[in-house]
Design a protein around this ligand. Structure first.
Ligand code: C2E
Ligand code: CA
Ligand code: CA
Ligand code: CA
Length: 275
């Protein structure tokens, strides 16, 4: 594109401006969802593959004011900073839901919350986490935190310091999207982690794809060597479940085992399942 006086070339690029306009629309929808409190969380169960018992649930963010999913709106929330108020609401909401389930007679089922890379850079995050937990009168182990491999590898020294502080509070740390973020064995061994989540891009095609099986085996072996729990996400078939079960992975999450559900639906699901 040519330089044209004070107008930069972006002005003339219809593709760029359409994308920018769409992002602005989504940004407004997210702000409006915050104002109107119309965000909500869905909960997807993680099961023990041997016993079928529930281990934990993962909280997944939903926004009715936009028709796009979190895969697309979280990055926009991150670049615009809206992720900060969303993240504060999210922690409080997960804590509130946990308390409600306990009050309704459910056992302690930890809720794993996804931490954005932006929140993870913030040195104040562990304090905020601690405050939220104590304000809601729940135990620190009622919540777990999922941090992506990419966020951790962004600044490993910072990650080690943050994860140590969080672990010292008694919260379990999960490495999310394991296998997609180029972490080396040397770093992985130094990170204070409790559990790794094998990314669904490896797990979902286990039935059909030999490379996925090879990579998954290596990740399970490595995690177990480091003394970490392993969960496979994106289990969509009996075949994938059987594969991970017979290859040393002890926990699973996916559409085959349970969809993301509202808090109330999860309660029904839990009692129906009868543990
Ligand atoms: P993620 O943390 O890796 O979450 C797992 C995603 O896989 C979820 O999509 C879930 O609904 C989906 N999933 C579950 N089982 C299956 C399955 O069997 N097959 C397939 N193909 N997918 C399955 P969702 O809810 O659309 O979230 C997408 C991503 O958005 C998340 O990936 C996470 O990166 C981000 N996200 C979602 N909620 C939050 C949140 O509360 N905070 C932050 N920071 N990010 C979030
Ligand atoms: Ca996650
Ligand atoms: Ca994941
Ligand atoms: Ca993901």
């Amino acid at each position: 594109a040519k330089q044209a006086g004070s107008n930069n070339f972006q002005f003339y690029s219809p593709e760029y401006s359409a994308e920018t306009r769409l992002q602005r629309v989504i940004e407004q929808q997210l702000k409006s969802a915050l104002r109107n409190s119309t965000f909500h969380l869905c909960y997807q169960p993680v099961l023990d593959v041997e016993t079928g018992r529930i281990v934990s649930v993962e909280a997944l963010l939903r926004c009715h004011e936009t028709n796009i999913g979190p895969d697309r709106f979280i990055p926009i929330a991150e670049t615009t900073g809206i992720i900060n108020p969303i993240g504060r609401w999210l922690l409080a909401e997960a804590a509130r839901q946990h308390k409600a389930w306990l009050d309704h007679g459910l056992p302690l089922i930890p809720i794993a919350v996804n931490v954005s890379v932006v929140e993870f850079r913030d040195r104040d995050f562990p304090n905020r986490f601690e405050d939220t937990v104590s304000e809601h009168g729940i135990e620190t182990n009622a919540l777990q935190l999922e941090v992506t491999e990419t966020a951790v590898m962004d600044d490993v020294e910072h990650a080690i310091a943050m994860l140590s502080r969080l672990q010292a509070l008694g919260v379990k740390i999960l490495l999310d999207d394991f296998g997609t973020g180029h972490s080396s064995l040397a770093y992985l061994a130094r990170l204070p982690l409790n559990k790794v989540k094998i990314d669904k891009s490896f797990v979902t095609p286990l039935d059909k794809d030999k490379t996925s099986r090879v990579v998954t085996n290596a990740m399970i072996a490595l995690s177990r060597t480091l003394g970490l729990e392993v969960v496979a996400e994106g289990v969509e078939t009996e075949g994938a479940l059987e594969y991970i079960r017979t290859h040393g992975c002890t926990q699973a999450q996916g559409y085959y085992l349970g969809q993301p559900m509202s808090g109330a639906d999860f309660e029904h699901w839990y009692w129906e399942k009868g543990q």
